[in-house]
Design a protein around this ligand. Structure first.
Ligand SMILES: *Cc1c(COP(=O)(O)O)cnc(C)c1O
Length: 350
């Protein structure tokens, strides 16, 4: 039978009924790719959960299929979100899918080109706020409280419900939960969702163990690590450029209940991890590489010393094509040549 998306696959574990109109683009079912390079570096069995292969190119689609389906069930006509880019791309696509209107508030000048293109082509009303993500989120919260518009940021509990299915897929693929799970942390909805997913699967006896959750923020936007909000967050990883995460407390619970940690990685470490992944054929956006940068950092500190060959999963949250400017800025430029075989052969190195 054709794959019909994560709501159909995991219906039993989700707050949907026969009456819920399922709005899906066949999200989920993303590959878990074994990383030879990272396994070699760490001595662990490292797998990459490549969420860039969702319909709009990020894990946000997992939450959006649920949030939009439930909004449709309620009779909602307009949805809104604040976004560093991927939430708006996803909200716009899923709203378009079911004939709803969408409004997205983005921090002006601070979102990757691919994401902006997506929101626009799917017909969202795109409002570029002269402020940062945290400002945009505060505004959209207030607006959706006062007007008949549904909020589809990850404080919408249905988002978390959809996103938890990534943990189910990992357990189903590996036969159990991994020993470690590394993940980038921005607004902290996804670390919350994974922990919820792992916990529910464990309680339902679908897995025998629980992983340690390893969350990573960008050093210039690491409120959870420094234990206070960051007024003016700075990082090139725009998807995690967030100074006051909405799911802060839940992220702490995931960290502590799983005996894990939340640490930070510098932009330099993020770009090194980003290039390392690309060298193995996996193209992600910079924020996604934070999980891998974190694993490399912990490995250097000896964190995995006593763990040989155990499974570690890194969530790679979004596709590299979202943010082509960063890729181009970090590699050498194409060589311009005349249309002549002789010159081309010479440039190739013969
Ligand atoms: C949204 C997003 C994140 C951060 O996820 P949170 O749930 O906000 O912590 C990380 N990477 C990418 C690519 C994202 O789109």
């Amino acid at each position: 039978m054709l794959y019909q998306g994560l709501i159909e696959r995991y219906r039993k574990y989700l707050p949907v009924s026969a009456k819920t109109p399922v709005v899906s683009l066949c999200e989920g079912n993303t590959p878990l790719i074994h990383s030879k390079v990272l396994s070699g570096v760490t001595g662990l069995k490292v797998y990459l959960k490549y969420e860039g292969l969702n319909p709009t190119g990020s894990f946000k689609d997992r939450g959006m299929t649920m949030a939009i389906s439930k909004a449709k069930e309620k009779g909602v006509e307009i949805v809104a979100c604040a976004s560093t880019g991927n939430t708006s791309a996803s909200a716009a696509a899923y709203a378009a899918r079911c004939g709803m209107k969408s409004v997205v508030l983005i921090p002006n000048g601070n979102i990757a080109l691919g994401k902006l293109a997506q929101a626009m082509i799917h017909g969202a009303k795109v409002l570029a706020v002269e402020g940062n993500f945290d400002d945009a989120l505060n505004l959209v919260k207030e607006i959706t409280e006062k007007y008949p518009i549904e909020l589809v940021n990850s404080i919408n509990p249905f988002r978390i419900e959809g996103q938890k299915t990534a943990a189910f897929e990992i357990c189903d693929s590996l036969g159990d939960a991994p020993v470690f799970h590394a993940i980038p942390v921005g607004n902290a909805g996804n670390i919350t969702a994974y922990w919820k997913g792992y916990t529910e699967y464990f309680q339902n006896k679908k897995s025998k163990t629980l992983p340690r959750m390893l969350g990573f923020q960008a050093a210039g936007a690491a409120p959870i690590v420094i234990n206070k909000p960051v007024k003016d967050p700075q990082t090139l990883a725009t998807a995690i450029k967030i100074g006051n995460p909405a799911s802060w407390k839940l992220a702490l619970a995931a960290r502590d209940d799983s005996k894990g940690l939340i640490d930070s990685v510098t932009d330099k470490e993020i770009i090194a991890a980003y290039k390392l992944l690309a060298s193995e054929g996996v193209f992600v956006e910079p924020a996604s590489a934070a999980s891998v940068a974190g694993v490399i950092k912990l490995n250097t500190q000896g964190y995995f010393k006593k763990q040989k060959n155990v499974p570690l999963v890194c969530t790679l949250t979004g596709h590299g094509l979202k943010d082509p400017n960063i890729a181009i800025a970090n590699v050498s430029k194409p060589i311009i040549v005349k249309p002549q075989i002789k010159e081309i052969i010479k440039k190739i190195g013969f």
